[in-house]
Ligand binder design. Structure first.
Ligand SMILES: NC(=O)c1ccc[n+]([C@@H]2O[C@H](COP(=O)([O-])OP(=O)(O)OC[C@H]3O[C@@H](n4cnc5c(N)ncnc54)[C@H](O)[C@@H]3O)[C@@H](O)[C@H]2O)c1
Length: 299
C-alpha cells in the first residue's frame, strides 16, 4: 500500500469513503465528534489489516498524507475552517478534495487559501456501492491534483467523472430538477407521491442505468423529442419544457437521432444493434432488481 489518504469527516459519507479506500491505501480518518471517533475506532478495531487509523485531530490525520479528502458537514464556515487547518498542516504539493454538494469550489478554495489544489471530489451515497464520483476543478487548479485524485479513484475501482466546476456539478443539477418536477406532479394533483415513486422505479429509473439522457433522446428521435417539449410547454404552461434551440439546429442539419446515424452522437453502429444492446443490458439490470423496483404504487 502506498500513499496515505486522510479523510476528514466520519459521517455518512466520510465513513463510506474510508471503507472504499481501506485495503488499497493507508487511511486516516478524523471527525470532530468524540462519539463518531469512538464509533469509527471500534469499527476499524475489528479490521486492523485494512490499514485505517482514527486520528485525534486534523494535524494527525493529514501528517504524511499525499491526498486529503474533506467530507465534513455542508456548511461553508465549517468547511473553510477545516480546509484552512489542512492548509496550515500540509505542503503545497498535497492534493485536497472536497465532497461539497452545493458550495462554490472557487469560494471554498479562496477562503481556505488553497485555490490551486482544491478539487471537487463528489461521491454518491452509499459511496461503497455507487461507482461514479464527480471530479471538478476550477481552471486555476494545478492539473497534477486532478490527476492524482483521478488515479486514486481508479485504484479503488471507482469511475472518475470529470465535470465542470459549477455549483451542483452535473448530477445534482439533473437530480434536483427531477425532484422539483416530482413535487410539482404531486402538488398539481397529477399523482400521489407513491404513484410518482412507482413510475420512476418501474420505468425510466432502471433504464437510465443503461442509457443517459442524450442517448435516450437520440433513440427517441429528436423530431419526436422536440414535439414532446413543445406540447408539454404549451399544455402545462411551463417554461421548464421550452424547446432547447439546439434541437432545432440539429434537426435542420439532418441529425435527427439514432435512426439517422447522427443526433447528439455520431453512430458507427446500425440503430437496431444499438437498441438490441441496450435492451439486453436493461434486461440484465432488471433481472437483479429487487421486487420493490417493479411493484405497483400502494394507495
Ligand atoms: N449524504 C449524502 O447523500 C451526500 C452525498 C454527496 C455528498 N455529500 C456531502 O458530503 C459531506 C458530508 O455529508 P454527510 O452526509 O456525511 O454528513 P454527516 O452529517 O453524516 O457527517 C458530517 C460529519 O462531519 C463532522 N464534522 C463537522 N465539523 C467537523 C470538523 N470541523 N472537523 C471534522 N469533522 C467535522 C460531523 O461530526 C459529522 O460526523 C457534505 O459536504 C455533503 O454535502 C453528502
Amino acid at each position: 500500500m502506498g500513499q496515505v489518504v486522510a479523510v476528514l469527516g466520519g459521517g455518512t459519507m466520510g465513513r463510506g469513503i474510508a471503507r472504499c479506500l481501506a485495503g488499497h491505501v493507508p487511511v486516516r480518518v478524523y471527525d470532530a465528534s468524540d462519539e463518531v471517533r469512538q464509533a469509527l475506532t471500534s469499527e476499524w478495531a475489528d479490521a486492523p489489516v485494512l490499514g485505517v487509523d482514527v486520528a485525534a485531530d486534523v494535524e494527525e490525520a493529514v501528517a504524511g498524507a499525499s491526498v486529503v479528502l474533506e467530507s465534513v458537514s455542508e456548511e461553508l464556515e465549517t468547511k473553510v475552517a477545516v480546509l484552512s487547518a489542512v492548509r496550515e498542516a500540509t505542503g503545497p504539493d498535497v492534493t485536497v478534495g472536497t465532497n461539497t454538494s452545493s458550495l462554490d469550489l472557487t469560494v471554498l478554495g479562496d477562503r481556505a487559501g488553497i485555490p490551486d489544489r482544491l478539487v471537487g471530489v463528489h461521491w454518491f451515497n452509499p459511496p461503497e456501492v455507487v461507482p461514479g464520483v464527480e471530479v471538478a476543478a476550477p481552471e486555476r487548479v494545478d492539473a497534477v491534483h486532478v490527476r492524482r485524485v483521478t488515479e486514486l479513484l481508479r485504484l479503488i475501482d471507482k469511475v472518475p467523472l470529470p465535470v465542470g466546476a459549477t455549483p451542483g456539478y452535473v448530477a445534482n443539477r439533473l437530480h434536483e430538477a427531477l425532484l422539483a418536477e416530482a413535487i410539482r406532479c404531486v402538488t398539481d394533483g397529477a399523482a400521489t407521491a407513491q404513484q410518482v415513486d412507482a413510475v420512476v422505479r418501474s420505468t425510466f429509473g432502471p433504464r437510465f442505468a443503461v442509457a443517459g439522457p442524450f442517448e435516450v433522446m437520440d433513440q427517441t428521435g429528436l423530431v419526436v423529442q422536440r414535439e414532446a417539449f413543445a406540447n408539454l410547454e404549451a399544455s402545462l404552461s411551463s417554461p421548464a419544457f421550452r424547446v432547447p434551440p439546439v434541437l432545432d439546429s440539429l434537426i435542420s442539419e439532418g441529425r435527427t437521432g439514432l435512426s439517422a446515424g447522427a443526433g447528439f452522437y455520431q453512430y458507427e453502429q446500425d440503430a437496431t444493434e444499438v437498441v438490441a444492446e441496450r435492451v439486453a443490458r436493461l434486461q440484465a439490470v432488471l433481472a437483479v432488481c429487487t421486487p420493490s423496483t417493479q411493484e405497483e404504487a400502494r394507495p
